[in-house]
Structures are given as structure tokens and as C-alpha cells.
Design a binder for this molecule. Structure first.
Ligand code: DQA
Length: 154
């Protein structure tokens, strides 16, 4: 019998909708749409389905995480700046019981001091940073390795 493909939700937080035009020297010139299309094209080869969600509001991101267990096996999350201070987002990540891989395009430890504090990361299953947009693909691969072939987390 054919195993169901694992379903991964890729969540992007505040200001990531501006990728492409936002500080290209820091974040590169790819748009979020380009990153999402590339990941969608790769997903069948990786053996999963991916869906994307972006919001600028903390509550919208938390609501998306709350909905995730009903439809997904794991989450890739770039929390943007919320990753540095949102205990509410951290609590949502630990509440949902799905493995969450945190992604940052940049190496936040090599930037301003306020970015060196990560409050969501301690409850994430893994963290990938500093490799640009390829980090999303690596996070999906990390999630799939953690979930195992066709295995649901719950
Ligand atoms: C970011 C890093 C954060 O510090 C910043 O606030 C972002 C993007 C990254 O992907 O490198 O919005 O999460």
C-alpha cells in the first residue's frame, strides 16, 4: 500500500512578505513567492507536500500553528523578529505537539546584539540559519528525516 506523503506547513512571519525588496544586501533578492515555488517544485522529489502561510501579525501566526496539527505533520517556521521576543509564539510551538524547524535566512548571531536572543528556538526540533533561502529546503529535509518515511508525528 502506498504511504501517504508527509505534509509540511511553511510559515513565515512579519516582514518576510517583503523579501526581494527588503534590504537585499542582507536578505538576498529572491521573493517569498520564488522561494515557495522552488520548494513546491522540489516537494514531490522529497516525498512531501508543502503549503505556505505568511502573516505579519503574531496572532495570525499563532492561529496558523494551532490549526496545523489537523492538516500537517510538521512545520517550518521563520518567525522573523518575533523569534527574538515572542513567548506567545514559543508557547504555541510547544503546545501543538508537531515538530517545528526554525529557519533564519541570516546568521542572527553575527548581527545586532538584540538578534542573539532566540526564544522560540529552544522548543524547536531544529534550527537552520545563515544559509539564505536554501535553509527552507534544509529544514524540510530535516523534518522529513525526523518524521521518517511516511510516518506521522501524531
Ligand atoms: C530573520 C532574522 C530576524 O532577526 C529578522 O527580524 C527577520 C528575518 C531571518 O530570516 O534572517 O525578519 O528571521
Amino acid at each position: 500500500m502506498q504511504q501517504a506523503r508527509l505534509r509540511i506547513l511553511v510559515v513565515n512571519g512579519p516582514n518576510l512578505d517583503l523579501l526581494g525588496s527588503r534590504e537585499p544586501a542582507v536578505y538576498g533578492d529572491e521573493t517569498l513567492e520564488t522561494i515557495a515555488s522552488r520548494l513546491s517544485a522540489l516537494a514531490p522529489d522529497l516525498g512531501c507536500d508543502v503549503e505556505f502561510f505568511q502573516a505579519n501579525g503574531e496572532g495570525q501566526l499563532i492561529d496558523a500553528l494551532h490549526r496545523a496539527p489537523a492538516a500537517f505533520d510538521g512545520v517550518v517556521l521563520n518567525p522573523g523578529a518575533l523569534g527574538h521576543y515572542s513567548y506567545a509564539l514559543r508557547d504555541a510551538v510547544s503546545a501543538i505537539g508537531l515538530p517545528v524547524f526554525e529557519v533564519h535566512l541570516t546568521n542572527v548571531f553575527a548581527r545586532e546584539p538584540f538578534r542573539r536572543r532566540l526564544v522560540v528556538a529552544p522548543v524547536a526540533a531544529g534550527v537552520i540559519m545563515g544559509v539564505g533561502s536554501v535553509g527552507y529546503e534544509l529544514a524540510v529535509r530535516g523534518l522529513l528525516a525526523r518524521l521518517g518515511p511516511g510516518r506521522r508525528a501524531r
